[in-house]
Design a protein around this ligand. Structure first.
Ligand SMILES: [Zn+2]
Ligand SMILES: [Zn+2]
Ligand SMILES: [Zn+2]
Length: 502
């Protein structure tokens, strides 16, 4: 085994030398020459593929292959509880208002109860879409149900826009009345028919002047409950990154501040300041309009898979780069679906590591991301050979390039596909002492580096074996144009197949 280690490094060094001499930038190529071989010695002695005990199997059976992951249960529970709290509060308010309205006979309170019932329906829809979004993926929705949450958020945003429009309409209506009619009449109208059309379904917020104390208490209670719900829901929404929660929080606040407007209107009419109510109405309408537009805009961005802002992706990139064996990463991109984040990324690993070792690094990246970023539902990891050390000029292109062909360079031609067969033929016809055991090809931007494992008769002198190997390397290089380096290694120990088949 030791011989194999030592032979790998010269191949690596030679291949780097060849590739860098063909690249345009001489000075940086020299820098990479100094840097990389030292590092590669470290990599090979650490390479997990070579440390696997003899009788163990390679690969998947020995690690927890966790491709499935769901938002941590705590966050889900917390989110559901917030929606349940909102629903319970709305039911409580609706019942309380209906009861006091019925007892007092106040039509304004009954109208307000009707609005609270529509809130119950909306809160129910929000809770349902949140729960639906958290359902595990199935055959019909293999990417999960996260976008249901986005749809719910979009629905609530539309409702907020409608509410804002309704309040604005009402305010403008009163203002027109103020300008067109006499002061006495307006004051009368404001005091006795003070109703706020509340966007969803045209429900009314109003203060009944015949039962001032009861109506006032009910309104103040409603404002406090709704404003409290706004803060609780908003905090949780920001923590979970859920657009639905943020939109729902704003629905609570819209209810609270439209009741405040009703109070201001009553206060204004008592004081005789008739501009107070419509002005407050316009202000509140602007606030709700802004909130509805923001949450609606975010939902639409989410639905069309807009890019995740860099400040959210950078910490994830840092996490990836901290994983052992990751030499770099690029093309990290994400899509949001409700509170879930779906990512894909290219990670760069040592180009000479085995597929199983590289896969293992990928799995470590996945585990680390799930551990430190619980909102990431899934991450797709593509493994690239680390090329940045070979030709610095291409890394900048890689960062910017989003088209697959451009990044991964030319693909080997059809002739190259049977390179192993060609190599075996050349060696067996020219060098009868050598029997080819295994040909491993390494690809660097369309160029091929061959690692040929051979066995030779035990009587042969090592000096002679080296001479034969040198000739064979030359023959193979001559025969296949796309091969830039050949390394022949003598097999001394047990072949790998003994390990993998137990
Ligand atoms: Zn409402
Ligand atoms: Zn890539
Ligand atoms: Zn896998």
């Amino acid at each position: 085994m030791g011989l194999r280690f030592r032979n790998l490094n010269p191949i690596y060094r030679a291949c780097i030398a060849r590739l860098s001499s063909s690249s345009q930038n001489r000075t940086t190529a020299k820098k990479s020459l100094n840097l990389y071989p030292k590092e590669s010695i470290f990599i090979f002695s650490e390479n997990p593929a070579f440390r696997i005990p003899r009788r163990e199997h390679f690969g998947h059976s020995h690690h927890d292959h966790d491709h499935h992951h769901h938002l941590s249960q705590d966050l889900k529970e917390e989110g559901e509880n917030i929606f349940r709290l909102g629903l319970a509060a709305d039911i409580g308010l609706a019942t309380g208002k209906a009861f006091t309205g019925y007892v007092s006979g106040s039509t304004a309170i009954i109208a307000d109860a009707a609005h609270s019932i529509s809130d119950v329906v909306l809160s129910g829809i929000a809770l349902l879409s949140f729960r639906l979004a958290k359902a595990p993926r199935d055959k019909e929705h293999p990417y999960g149900h996260g976008k249901f949450e986005t749809l719910g958020a979009l629905g609530i945003s539309c409702m907020l826009l409608g509410t804002a429009g309704g309040i604005a309409w009402h305010a403008v209506d009163i203002l027109m009345g103020v300008f067109s009619s006499g002061p006495e009449m307006v004051s009368h109208a404001v005091a006795h028919e003070h109703v706020h059309s509340h966007g969803h379904g045209g429900h009314h917020h109003g203060i009944d002047m015949e039962h001032p104390i009861l109506a006032l208490n009910m309104t103040i209670l409603s404002i406090c409950v709704k404003e409290g719900l706004y803060w609780i829901t908003k905090r949780a929404g920001e923590k979970q990154g859920s657009g639905l929660m943020k939109a729902n929080a704003w629905h609570h606040r819209a209810d609270a501040i439209s009741s405040v407007v009703a109070l201001i209107g009553v206060g204004g009419s008592i004081l005789g300041v008739k501009f107070l109510d419509p002005l407050a109405g316009l202000l509140v309408s602007g606030m709700i309009l802004k909130a509805g537009a923001e949450t609606g805009y975010q939902s639409i961005l989410e639905l069309v898979d807009a890019a995740i802002p860099a400040q959210h992706l950078d910490p994830i990139k840092q996490t990836i780069l901290q994983v052992d064996g990751v030499k770099g990463c690029h093309r990290l991109r994400g899509r949001r679906a409700g509170s879930y984040l779906y990512l894909d990324v290219h990670i760069e690993v040592d180009p000479f590591s085995s597929v199983s070792a590289a896969h293992n690094i990928g799995e470590n990246v996945r585990k680390r991301i799930h551990k430190s970023h619980p909102t990431v539902a899934e991450i797709f990891i593509h493994i690239d050979p680390a090329m940045s050390c070979l030709s610095p000029s291409t890394t900048d292109q890689q960062e910017d390039s989003w088209s697959e062909d451009k990044e991964h360079g030319s693909i080997a031609s059809a002739e190259d596909n049977n390179i192993e067969g060609i190599v075996s033929d050349i060696i067996s016809s020219n060098f009868p002492q050598i029997s080819v055991e295994r040909v491993t090809r390494h690809m660097f931007q369309g160029k091929i580096v061959l690692q040929i494992e051979v066995s030779m008769p035990p009587e042969i002198q090592i000096r002679d074996a080296m001479e034969i190997a040198k000739q064979a390397e030359r023959e193979v290089l001559k025969a296949v144009s796309s091969v830039i380096h050949v390394g022949i290694q003598l097999r001394l120990g047990q072949p790998f197949s003994h390990i993998s088949h137990g």
